[in-house]
Design a protein around this ligand. Structure first.
Ligand code: KIV
Ligand code: ZN
Length: 390
């Protein structure tokens, strides 16, 4: 049986870009969009055209540049937003208007100052207008995870009746838990989608560090589009990280029997390009793309990895496009790692020699945090000199 496909919707250029320290110039957005296409994302959300001239131009330019991915533009359920989004998408090979309105009581009362029936009417009007301006319409119920379930289903049903074929269930404030979110997805599938050709999408924020876990749980419950960003950038604690979601699916294909079109060997390039454009990189221990994600310092780990990487690596650095296993030498390193590094440098030693060199190495590593190749060569020279002098 052929497994089902999960569409990867990348919002690095929209939700990601709107967060502090992440704004990008037009040429940077175009470079990033090209890399996202190389990576194989299905949908690139290129901006929020009504928000600024820059966003409008970015959506227009990315539409002209990227001919394989669907290009999405965001707009509130307001006529002006929808027309502006449609205008920006005019030249896309495949266009999507993504329109959203909040459905939780707290947002209705304090932010929108609208009643439920007003929100319902806005949804119908905006989705109907969008359906005439783009190839497809996605509707998002902002703050879905804190919304009344009956009202949420009513709004989603109205959106489908007006032409939306993708229903997004955002965890806008990163509040939900995996089992709870999975139940919500099942309910929407049962009460709204039924046997209609409608895709359920998920969009998780990472305020509790659960964005990827929630996305995975949602997919198991029936979602078939995942919204995410490179390096997990996005509002506040960010969005679900694309590389983490995709690699979880790849590594645990036994439990996640779904397909996607991502070329995982392009992950590291996409991550590095983004870090070089925005004002910060990823933390060293960031899963998949952090500097230490594949680094092993403790001696027992280094020995295991050198004998067989599967001892401590559940995926290879090469599978995400990192050229080489990055073994860091330090005071916790063992003889095997040291011997192996010397071999890479062209030195071979017998047991007695390596014992002596290892003692010198540990003495140095006690004083010095990082040991570089020059240090290793220095140890060999120093040892030769002492032997000659003796
Ligand atoms: O987090 C959110 O609710 C959003 C919507 C616009 C989809 O970004
Ligand atoms: Zn968001």
């Amino acid at each position: 049986m052929k497994s089902e496909k999960i569409a990867i919707f990348d919002t690095t250029l929209r939700d990601g870009e709107q967060s502090p320290g992440c704004s990008m110039y037009l040429d940077e957005k175009i470079r990033m969009a090209r890399q996202l296409e190389q990576l194989g994302v299905d949908i690139i959300e290129a901006g929020f055209p009504i928000a600024s001239e820059g966003d409008f131009n970015a959506v227009r330019a990315v539409s002209a540049e990227c001919r394989n991915a669907t290009i999405a533009a965001l707009g509130r359920t307001i006529e002006g937003d929808i027309f502006r989004a449609g205008d920006a998408l005019k030249n896309a090979a495949r266009s999507r208007i993504h329109t959203f309105v909040a459905t939780s009581d707290i947002h209705l009362e304090y932010k929108l100052k609208k009643t439920r029936s007003e929100v319902l009417a806005m949804t119908r009007k905006a989705v109907r207008a969008a359906a005439g301006l783009a190839d497809e319409v996605e509707f998002s119920a902002e703050d879905a995870t804190r919304s009344d379930i009956d009202f949420l289903c009513e709004v989603f049903t109205a959106a489908v009746e007006e032409g939306a074929t993708i229903l997004n269930v955002p965890d806008t404030v990163g509040y939900t838990l995996p089992t709870e979110y999975a139940n919500l997805i099942r309910t929407v599938k049962q009460r709204v989608v039924g046997d209609r050709d409608v895709t359920i999408s998920v969009h998780c924020h990472n305020d509790l560090g659960l964005a990827v876990a929630n996305s995975l749980a949602a997919v198991e419950a029936g979602a078939r589009q995942v919204e995410c960003t490179i390096n997990g950038i996005g509002e506040r604690a960010g969005n679900a990280s694309l590389e983490e979601f995709v690699m979880a699916c790849a590594v645990r294909a036994d439990k996640m029997p779904f397909e996607n079109d991502i070329d995982t060997s392009q992950i590291y390039s996409a991550s590095s390009l983004l870090s070089s454009i925005i004002s910060f990189g990823v933390q060293p221990n960031k899963a998949i793309v952090g500097r230490n994600a594949f680094a092993h310092e403790a001696g027992i780990h280094q020995h295991g990895v050198l004998s067989n990487p599967l001892c401590y690596e559940i995926m290879t650095p090469e599978s995400v496009g990192i050229p080489k296993n990055d073994i860091v030498l330090g005071k916790h390193s063992g003889r095997h790692a040291l011997t192996s590094r010397y071999e890479e440098l062209g030195f071979t030693f017998d047991q007695e020699e390596i014992s002596d060199i290892y003692t010198r190495f540990v003495e140095l590593a006690d004083k010095k945090k990082n040991i570089y190749e020059q240090d290793l060569i220095g140890i060999v020279h120093e040892r030769s000199e002492t032997l000659i002098a003796a």
